[in-house]
Ligand binder design. Structure first.
Ligand SMILES: [Zn+2]
Length: 317
């Protein structure tokens, strides 16, 4: 039986954001330590990261933004586009490596070497727009993976499910006129949460109308509302779209312990999501799924949730 792939590279720790920044290298360090300690890491197929070719970044981002990001790092600027998007000398290379790693994970699944895969990457990607960094995100890892699947592997219909507690504005904007990529996001209601986008009436435009779906959840509604919205909104949408590959923007910041949100999702609530998404991939995509880390900032809870997620992917739970 094919194993679940796991992408990690210690160089992902070289994107240094400063002591007071929630998107810190410790997030990944603790995820990997926990997987090692539990023995789960040894049961996964290790995927090696390599830097993405710039061509693939350009399928989603403007060349001028790519160059501006590279130069800002080389020139020692403290941030790009907003104070929250901290950068250091190594941030550009780290972001290129994260994208390249996700593409290697896609290859491993498409080549039949791994059943599915989890990518423990930094920096995250779903807020990154065509021409600017946003919300700790620089390159939109998942959006680039969708274009790569289409161009390199000829996969026609890609489903993206984003369960980070924040709306993936970047991913939505990149695909909002596209009927070959379905973007679904469940997140805390934009009136209460960053970045303030992802309303229910955003359904895409032009050719892409009906290929974007948002399920905003009011603060405090937690497990019950997540179950209802995923069952009533996501499942029918995917049944109609029939994706051939599932990409996940996996955020763990909706958890009750995580101070980034007030959605109060429990550990069990997260397990419900993990089970439902694996089932979805089996039903429509022959199990083909690549999950990419976005947010999740509680340093004790994040490693547990990631481990649970991987257990569902690897069918060990
Ligand atoms: Zn988030």
């Amino acid at each position: 039986m094919l194993r679940t792939g796991f992408l990690y590279d210690p160089r992902f720790l070289l994107h240094v954001t400063g002591d007071d920044h929630p998107e810190c290298p410790d997030r990944l360090r603790l995820i990997v330590e926990n997987l090692e300690r539990s023995g789960l890491l040894g049961q996964l197929m290790q995927i090696k990261a390599e830097k993405a070719k710039q061509h693939w970044i350009e399928t989603v981002h403007h060349i001028r933004y790519i160059m501006r990001f590279e130069e800002s790092c080389a020139f020692g600027m403290p941030s790009i586009d907003h104070d929250e998007n901290r950068i250091c000398y190594d941030s550009y290379d780290t972001a290129m490596l994260a994208v390249g790693g996700v593409l290697k994970a896609v290859d491993a699944v498409m080549e039949g070497e791994a059943a599915n895969a989890f990518c423990a990457v930094r920096p995250p990607g779903h807020h990154a727009e065509f021409d600017r960094a946003m919300g700790f995100c620089y390159f939109n890892n998942v959006a680039i993976a969708a274009r790569y699947l289409q161009e390199k592997w000829g996969v026609k219909r890609i489903g993206i499910v984003d369960f980070d507690v924040h709306h993936g504005n970047g991913t939505q904007h990149i695909f909002e006129k596209d009927n070959t990529v379905f973007y679904y996001s469940i997140h805390e209601h934009p009136s209460f949460s960053y970045p303030g986008t992802g309303r229910e009436f955003d359904i895409g435009m032009g050719d892409g109308e009906g290929f974007t779906k948002n399920s905003p959840v009011l603060p405090g509604r937690g497990d019950t509302e997540y179950r209802k919205r995923l069952t009533d909104d996501l499942l029918p949408a995917m049944s109609a779209f029939q994706p051939q590959f599932l990409l996940l923007s996996s955020g763990f910041d909706a958890h009750v312990d995580d101070l980034m949100s007030g959605t109060n999702l429990s550990t069990e609530g997260y397990n419900f999501i993990f089970r439902l998404l694996v089932d979805l991939a089996v039903r429509f995509c022959g199990g083909r799924l690549v999950s990419v880390l976005e947010g999740g900032y509680h340093l004790d809870t994040l490693p547990i949730l990631v481990s649970n997620h991987i257990k569902y992917l690897a069918d060990l739970k």
